[in-house]
Design a protein around this ligand. Structure first.
Ligand SMILES: Cc1ncc(COP(=O)(O)O)c(C=O)c1O
Length: 377
């Protein structure tokens, strides 16, 4: 029994459908690295990683030692790349757990070589190249010496090189092409010295769909594997995602309490909503402690008995109040959909993101571990 009535249903069937769709869209030999960082964008890292491999993804992408531990503790031995900077203190354990590790500088090469030699391990290393995002990665002009150092290190294997795009989902692809140009030049620089790492990767969800020339030998989808859309509505690929990818997560709770409010009475902290008429309001056991955001106030809606019920006042840590005055016959225990479908109506992650003024990535990733995940299939 979940200890609260608020549940995220996760359709692993839909997730596997999405991975299969990506495999269909890329050339046969191109591998898929399933990105499951941040608790698989809130969907549950262990279940999602296992489903990715069942659906023929070949690699798992994460960002920390903690995530690597969760992957390995769940019994997954598949290649798993830590895509980010790894602090030196975490390197020995990451090596012990057979993680593939990203390097961006000589210090990392030396630290990984040392840990690997001590543990008599061979470590797969991927070099991250900064092609324009200017967040992480080695400068292109330092790539050759770094790659040579990896090749020369007895306990390291240069398995991959990669980069990450800053805005591959936008209508104007000029900057993505610029980054791709830098990446291609980096590949040629290495090839000229006969350095040819087998895994060359840069495509996130948007690039996979919008720019096939970014596929190289592996792609790294995150968002579309969860059935969410990276593109703005005006992008030609937006409708393609809606048509071919299926949302994986829906969020539901139950009406816990119903009360009547008289005109002029207010609801919740700081009394941000005032009844303009006699109103019926329902309490839902979800709040910002679950990752269901507090601001903006008096914004957003849920589905109760097949109708939209507006959120009133401020979402509290554990509770949210909705106005059900215009919905007949609501009872305690009725299902309330916060994200997903009820009857012929829907609340999408994009709807919530728009109400919050953020992106769909953040809506699902924010869902805290207080919400039970139910794996449907
Ligand atoms: C290095 C890296 N690769 C791939 C991805 C997946 O991106 P998306 O979710 O847009 O497919 C991310 C996510 O931010 C990332 O940081």
């Amino acid at each position: 029994m979940p200890d609260r009535l608020t549940i995220a249903d996760i359709s692993l069937k839909n997730y596997k459908h999405n991975i299969a769709k990506i495999l269909e869209l890329v050339p046969t030999k191109v591998k898929v690295m399933a990105i499951v960082k941040a608790n698989a964008y809130g969907h549950g890292i262990e279940h999602v990683a296992a489903a990715a491999l069942e659906a023929s993804a070949s690699y798992i992408g994460i960002v920390s030692l903690g995530e690597l531990k969760r992957i390995r503790n769940s019994g997954i031995t598949a290649p798993t790349l830590i895509l980010n900077y790894l602090d030196p203190a975490s390197i020995p354990e990451a090596v012990q757990l057979d993680g593939s590790i990203t390097v961006m500088d000589m210090a990392a090469v030396e630290a990984i070589q040392k840990a690997a030699a001590t543990l008599s391990k061979k470590v797969n290393v991927h070099i991250k190249i900064d092609t324009g995002m200017h967040r992480a990665g080695c400068d292109p002009d330092k790539l050759l010496s770094l790659a040579q150092a990896v090749v020369d290190a007895s306990h390291l294997e240069l398995e991959g090189i990669f980069t990450h795009f800053a805005e591959s989902e936008t209508l104007d692809a000029a900057f993505t092409h610029q980054q791709l140009g830098v990446f291609n030049a980096c590949i040629r620089t290495l090839e000229d010295k006969s350095i040819k790492p087998p895994l060359v990767h840069c495509a996130n969800s948007a690039a996979i769909l919008a720019l096939p020339e970014t596929h190289f030998t592996m792609v790294r989808p995150g968002l579309i594997t969860y059935g969410l859309n990276p593109f703005p509505p005006e992008h030609a690929k937006h409708a393609f995602v809606t048509k071919h990818f299926k949302p994986v997560l829906s969020l539901k709770t139950q009406v816990a309490f119903i009360r009547t409010i008289e005109p002029g009475e207010t609801v919740g902290y700081n009394r941000r909503w005032q009844a303009g008429r006699q109103s019926t309001v329902a309490l839902l056991p979800i709040g910002y402690g679950d990752g269901y955001r507090r601001t903006p106030h008096n914004a957003g809606k849920v589905l109760v008995d097949g109708q939209y019920a507006p959120i009133i006042g401020s979402v509290a840590m554990d509770q949210t109040v909705v106005d059900i005055t215009d919905i007949d016959g609501v009872s305690v225990g009725d299902e309330a959909i916060l994200l997903g479908t009820q009857g012929d109506k829907i609340i999408t992650t994009d709807n919530i993101a728009a109400a919050y003024g953020t992106i769909n990535y953040e809506v699902v990733t924010a869902l805290s571990d207080r919400i039970s995940r139910h794996y449907l299939d």
